[in-house]
Design a protein around this ligand. Sequence first.
Ligand code: ATP
Length: 623
Amino acid sequence: MAENTANQTDMNEWVYDFSQDSNNEESLVEELNNTKINNNKVTENIDTEKQENNYDVADSINTQNSWLNQFEPKNHNDNKDKTGFKKRRGGFNKSNNGNNSFENTANYDSTSNHFQSNGVEHIRVRGRGFLKKLARENESGRFEYNVQEGNTAPVYRGRGGRANHRGRGGRLRETSSDSCYENAEEGHNKKENDKPTGSKPVYIPPDIENKELISGIEVGLNFDKYKTIEVKVSGINPPECMSSFHDSGLCDILLKNLSECNFSTPTPIQNYSIPIIIAGRDLMASAQTGSGKTAAYILPILHNLLSEPTELVFDEYHCEPHVVIMAPTRELAIQIFECAWKFSNRTNIRNGVLYGGTSIAHQKSKILQKGVHILAATPGRLNDFVDKHIVSFASVKFFILDEADRMLDMGFKSNIELMINHPTMKSNEKRQTAMFSATFASEIQLLATSYLKSDYIFVSVGEIGGACKDVFQSVIKVTKFNKKEAVLSLLKDMENCQGTIVFVEQKRMADYVAAYLSEMNFPTTSIHGDREQEEREQALHDFKTNKMKVLVATAVAARGLDIKGVNNVVNFDLPKTIDEYVHRIGRTGRLGNAGKAISFFDPDSDSSLASELIRILRQVSLN
Ligand SMILES: Nc1ncnc2c1ncn2[C@@H]1O[C@H](COP(=O)(O)OP(=O)(O)OP(=O)(O)O)[C@@H](O)[C@H]1O
């Protein structure tokens, strides 16, 4: 019987034999259950029987709460912490009182609902109406939350410890009735659907201040391998692809910006997309994660705006962007905005971003101040602005769907259709439309064609939906009861766990795992849809600046996020679909850099993914 910890098994011992052609799903599942892969091998190493190691099996087996109970800090001696707040069912409150094991948790995040034992009291904030927040500045100038009934004072938060300032060094939460009702967004916080309370703190995000943080990933050793990837192009009369940025016809100012951003050689998706978009053609494109799809559409769009300038229409009530870029998550919308901003340097191009969880008034004033040429947005907030006639599509030249397959699946489709069919939106024929993703199921491709001109071009770089080959993938059999220890072992075994993203399926699990790892002295933060937007951005900031070594995330961080120094992705829970797996592991191994992805395969819950998982692993091993 194998030992109950991940590090007691040699992960290379069991090599999956890809020569056995096993098409039968059951046998694949069995294979996964019994042995297998690492670098496209599956290893068996975690025994399911030592569950009691984690928690009391007898009273909890097979119930969700019991599964969560294993994360309960061991020293709880009553159901309430000293603040008087009841512990969550199956979970816990975090406070630094002496009653629980979090008193020594040095590192769990720095924001309001995460624990930090720096001698400052940090209380988990449980939602509006349940816990009132009081901003109190501590000695370092940093704000924290205190529990005090009846206090609804505005709360300010500073990253660098400066109060009453916005920007990276200080952020403002205003108290207003300006509420967000959107829901068309991944990781959307349900609390945002609450009726306005009149005292809801509204988050005003910082302006871009730290250019270093948006400077992008550096080219890795395997960058040259991009040249060997097969590219397929279909459609009538496709424009010639380019071979260098200097060939591209992009205007000089953009070439200068490119060189400042250390973009010296285009990636294949850029080689093909840039000429196609410059030529005015519609495009559906697929290329592996981390291969530069964002610049592949931003650069030709900027070129068009600069070489064929048209008047920007806006007044104090509304604006008419020339370019609308849709993304499924807030953080991705921000990232696209930052990318456009970076390449618009020295031009008169104005960029804007709209996303939920933030002050509507603030975003409105931002885009109406001077108008915007390029607007990156999440669907819910954009729809809201369109409904309120703040944004009109009357001047749209380009409509872009990033993560297009996600934008057109059931979750977002109706929102996208609302925009595409909006009375102010130009017809397919009169606007240019482009769609990008690393995954593109054929039924979504079919649906997508109805939004494109009939002579659109389709480009695929490598296998559509294939995993990035620079990610070393391994799968370990771990049952749910042993995952906690397995992830701990993995982190301990890593020479340096800096830059590790741990993916989980449930929002509350993200908090539990993050709290547990913090307790085990791994500086960890979390991002998921139940966190306030300010906390989500703070978590990403802390992870990007290496303040936190580990980021525990739900699907909200699976797609598109481009973070330097992500070396490892751990699938604590495997996702439900193989496409999400491909996107998750694509947070590492970007732009020719090597990365590692380790997935816990639980036969009880993951067998439906087994055959697809093996297909993806085989693809990589065969090339
Ligand atoms: N030609 C280039 N030269 C140097 N850096 C580049 C180049 N193209 C893109 N990059 C950088 O590569 C990183 C990945 O780019 P990007 O986020 O656009 O990838 P992507 O294909 O959209 O990934 P995903 O599928 O995960 O969304 C970014 O940091 C970007 O700045």
